[in-house]
Design a protein around this ligand. Structure first.
Ligand code: FAD
Length: 358
C-alpha cells in the first residue's frame, strides 16, 4: 500500500467533474451511479440552525450544464477503470511502485521498486500527495501538515436520526471543527466526515480510533450535531496535508497531475475534480500537436492559476467558513444569509463553470 491510501467512502463532484466525464465519453455512466443532492446546506454547529443553502435543482443544472452529485469512490474508480480496460491503447498494470525516473533526448525511463524499468515518450506523475515523481520534478520536501484531523465513518441510513436524513451535502460549521454528511450508494448509507483543527503535528492516514477521540473535538457544539457523531462506527482518522502552490510541474518529458501537482485541503470538495480537469486539459493539448514537450508546457500553463486558486481558496474557506468562532462566525452567518441562489451561482461560476478546457 502507498501512503496515499483512499480516504473514506464518498466524494462530492461538481458540474465541472461531470463535464470531464462527458469529455472522456463516460458521462452517462457517471451520472447513472450518482446520488443527486438537492442542496449544499450550511448549519451553525453551535445553534443547530441553518445559516443558508445553495439549491442544486434545475436552475443550477441549467446554469452549469451538469448536476452536482455525490458518489462512492469505488464506483467512480469503477467507471474510469472500465473505460481504460475497454481501450486497446491502455495497458493497465497495478502493484507497480514507481521509485524514480531518468530521461534522455528520446524519452523517459521509469524505475520500479522491483528493479524493473519501463520506457516511454512521456511520464505523467499522478501519484498523489506523497508523489515520488514530484520529488524529482519539484523537490520541495514533504507536504505541509495542516493540523486539521479528519475522522471518517459510514452510517447505515436506518441508523441515521430520521429528522437528519436530508437529501443534502450538509456542513455543520463550528469553532475549529465541522461535520459533513450526505447520502450515498443509492441512499443505503450516509457518509460522515468530521474534522477537528487540533494542531496535530504529524501526518496520519487511515488509523482506526475510538469514538471518544472523535467526540473530544466536539464537546462545545450543539447536542444535535454531537448526536450525529454518536451514530458513527469504525472511525478512522487522517491528519490532512497540502502544499504551497508551485508554478512548474514539468521536467523535460515528465509532468505532474492531480494531487501530485497541487494537493489541497478538501474544503471546496474539488481535489478529484481538479485532477479530472487536469487529465482533460492534458489530453486536449496532446491531441493538438506532435511535440509532446510543447503539449506538457501548454497544459502546465493553462492549469496552474486555476488550481492555485482552488488550493489557496480551500485554506481560506477553512478559516472563514468552516472553522471561525465568535464575531468572525457571526460575520460569516450574516454575509452568507444575505445571498440569494443567483448570488451563489455567480460566486461559484468560476469554479463550477470550468471544464478543464479553458
Ligand atoms: C477528507 C477528504 C475529502 C475529500 N473530498 C473530496 C470531494 O468531495 N471531492 C473532490 O473532488 N475531492 C475530494 N478530496 C480530494 C481527493 O480525494 C483528491 O484530491 C484526489 O483523490 C486526488 O486524486 P489523484 O489521482 O491526484 O491522487 P490519489 O487519489 O492520491 O491517487 C494516487 C494514486 O497513485 C498511487 N501511487 C502513489 N505513489 C505511487 C508510486 N510511487 N508508484 C505507483 N503508484 C503510486 C496511489 O496508490 C494512488 O492510487 C478529498 C480529500 C480528503 C482528504
Amino acid at each position: 500500500m502507498h501512503r496515499s491510501s483512499p480516504i473514506g467512502a464518498g466524494i462530492q463532484l461538481g458540474p465541472n467533474a461531470f463535464h470531464c466525464f462527458d469529455y472522456l465519453g463516460v458521462g452517462d455512466t457517471a451520472r447513472g451511479m450518482a446520488v443527486y443532492v438537492d442542496k449544499l446546506r450550511l448549519m451553525d454547529a453551535l445553534t443547530a440552525e441553518e445559516i443558508c443553502h445553495i439549491p442544486l435543482d434545475e436552475p443550477f443544472r441549467k446554469r452549469f450544464g451538469n448536476p452536482y452529485a455525490v458518489v462512492h469512490r469505488g464506483d467512480l474508480h469503477g467507471v474510469l477503470v472500465k473505460a481504460c480496460r475497454a481501450s486497446p491503447l491502455i495497458d493497465l498494470r497495478t502493484r507497480h511502485e514507481v521509485a524514480s525516473y531518468s530521461q534522455d533526448g528520446s524519452g523517459v525511463t521509469v524505475h520500479l521498486s522491483s528493479g524493473d524499468t519501463v520506457k516511454g515518450s512521456v511520464l505523467i506523475g499522478a501519484d498523489g500527495l506523497w508523489s515520488n515523481i514530484r520529488k524529482q520534478v519539484v523537490g520541495d520536501g514533504p507536504p505541509r501538515v495542516s493540523g486539521h484531523t479528519t475522522y471518517r465513518s459510514v452510517i447505515p441510513t436506518d441508523q441515521m436520526p430520521e429528522d437528519l436524513r436530508w437529501n443534502a451535502a450538509t456542513l455543520w460549521a463550528g469553532p475549529k471543527c465541522h461535520i459533513v454528511h450526505y447520502p450515498l450508494s443509492d441512499w443505503k448509507v450516509f457518509n460522515l466526515v468530521v474534522t477537528f483543527h487540533n494542531d496535530a503535528p504529524e501526518p496520519v492516514a487511515g488509523q482506526p480510533v475510538p469514538e471518544e477521540e472523535v467526540l473530544m473535538g466536539f464537546a462545545h457544539v450543539h447536542p444535535t450535531a454531537q448526536g450525529i457523531i454518536r451514530h458513527g462506527t469504525n472511525w478512522k482518522k487522517w491528519v490532512l496535508c497540502d502544499r504551497e502552490p508551485v508554478e512548474n510541474w514539468i521536467d523535460g518529458h515528465v509532468a505532474l497531475l492531480g494531487d501530485a501537482a497541487h494537493p489541497m485541503m478538501q474544503y471546496y470538495a474539488q481535489g478529484a475534480c481538479m485532477a479530472m480537469e487536469d487529465a482533460v486539459c492534458l489530453a486536449h493539448h496532446v491531441g493538438q500537436t506532435d511535440d509532446l514537450q510543447k503539449a506538457l508546457s501548454a497544459y502546465n500553463a493553462q492549469r496552474v492559476l486555476r488550481t492555485t486558486r482552488v488550493q489557496l481558496g480551500s485554506r481560506a474557506i477553512g478559516d472563514h467558513i468552516y472553522h471561525p468562532a465568535g464575531a468572525h462566525a457571526a460575520l460569516r452567518n450574516a454575509l452568507m444569509r444575505e445571498k440569494s441562489a443567483e448570488d451563489w451561482y455567480d460566486t461559484l461560476a468560476w469554479l463550477y463553470g470550468g471544464t478543464g478546457l479553458g
